[in-house]
Design a protein. Sequence first.
Length: 190
Amino acid sequence: MNDNWPRIAYFVLLLLALGGYLITEMRNDFSKSIRQMLAWGLIFLALIAGFGLWDDIRSHVAPPQIVDGNRIELPMASDGHFYIDLRLNGTEIPFMVDTGASDIALRQADAERAGIDVDTLRFVGFASTANGTVSTAPVTIGLVEIGNISDQDVSADVVQGDLDISLLGMTYLRRFARVGFEGETMVLER
């Protein structure tokens, strides 16, 4: 026997009750009933769209980072990570804050955008990542900036391998006097 029978019976009864109500209401004032149904339908669609697009709306309404003097606030992203945009040699590069990473780990594409010639790099180091061991090349970034905060001659590693995003590790985070959390916000202070 069909296991969906109770559900089908429920929906048929629901449709009959709703249909009976609509027929009764529409007899009194057809145009008013249609306007009300359209209004409720639009409200229902707006709610569905709002829930479906919440992450996109949140990322555009809430700023990805707030820089106020020597204080930086990074709201937690929907994936549970913290992201920050730094200017490397004047070029804005997105990073994921990774307290498990020792150094700044630059993707090759980001290193090139920051003016580093990756073709001349010597990949003599190694780093263990979630995807295995990768070769690294030590580099020095002339200028790292975020808001009014700037650092010169910052050491980093260019990673030879697949990184989805460059990583901001502990060697740079240690430059801050305070690295802490306030609810779902990471706070960096100098």
